[in-house]
Unconditional design. Structure first.
Length: 272
């Protein structure tokens, strides 16, 4: 754990302390003083940052755990595993494993990503070439929606700030943007390499459109490096044609405003 201002290491867990000297695959915040980690020991662990101690260890997955997320506004933890299941955990309960949702078989339904949706009762799982939408209150046997729009494994899911859009990235190099109200694809981008992670963050950029600031922008990141906002460094031949045209011609719902490229890793700033 780092302090961004000073770059100092605030907390560090050794391999022995973390997941039995095995790979740690995902870490996420749970409140202000706790984090949750998952790894190849098939466990989900809840940590107290101040004491560096493991508060709880959740067991039940039968294969490596590859995804974890916190249900917004709750203490509930969602995890996804190579065993083809997503599991819901409640740290407050005597039996913390609340429910198990089977995305698919262990050979074809590996869960690489889980994403809670706004409202607190619905979430998504991604594995194989499909995405499934689940309602926690409607049972664990059948999803309420399935989307099969990728050719290879889907590895990443994320949503925008108001929960109206979901982005899915896969090993086929495609990023697809879904409208949550209809679950239809409103836009798609083809990247020349497999997608391992997709994230969105809010930025305020001045003077990019009609000399006026955009109040809310979204940054789609296809590579987890840090980039500098320098428009002159964008080679025009690296940008798709829809990024070079006027913003009024963009697909409805998602407006691509600006694009940055460095070392052929393209970032797109969007306004929803």
């Amino acid at each position: 754990m780092f302090d961004l201002s000073s770059r100092a290491i605030l907390r560090q867990w050794t391999p022995e302390e973390a997941h039995n000297r095995l790979q740690v695959t995902k870490v996420t915040w749970s409140g202000l003083t706790n984090v949750v980690s998952v790894g190849d020991d098939k466990c989900v662990k809840l940590w107290d940052i101040t004491s560096k101690t493991s508060i709880q260890t959740f067991t039940g997955h039968t294969d490596y755990v590859r995804a974890v997320s916190i249900v917004p506004g709750t203490n509930l933890i969602l995890s996804g595993s190579l065993d083809g299941t997503a599991r819901l955990w409640d740290p407050r309960a005597q039996n913390p494993e609340v429910a198990t949702f089977r995305h698919g078989s262990q050979s074809s339904g590996i869960v690489y990503s889980v994403l809670p949706l706004r409202g607190g009762t619905m979430f998504m799982t991604a594995g194989g070439s499909g995405i499934k939408v689940w309602d926690m209150t409607a049972g664990t046997e059948y999803p309420v929606k399935e989307m099969w729009n990728h050719q290879k494994e889907i590895t990443a899911l994320c949503s925008n700030a108001d929960g109206s859009r979901v982005l899915a990235g896969g090993l086929d190099g495609h990023i697809k943007i879904y409208d949550v109200s209809t679950w239809k694809i409103v836009h798609g981008v083809k990247y020349p390499a497999p997608i391992l992670t997709v994230s969105l963050s809010v930025h305020i950029l001045d003077g990019l459109t009609n000399n006026s600031p955009m109040r809310s922008t979204l940054l789609l990141e296809w590579h987890p490096r840090c980039y500098h906002c320098d428009r002159e460094q964008v080679p025009s031949n690296l940008l798709p044609s829809y990024l070079q045209s006027d913003c009024t011609s963009k697909p409805s719902g998602i407006t691509l405003r600006f694009s940055l490229a460095r070392n052929q890793n393209i970032l797109s700033v969007m306004r929803s």
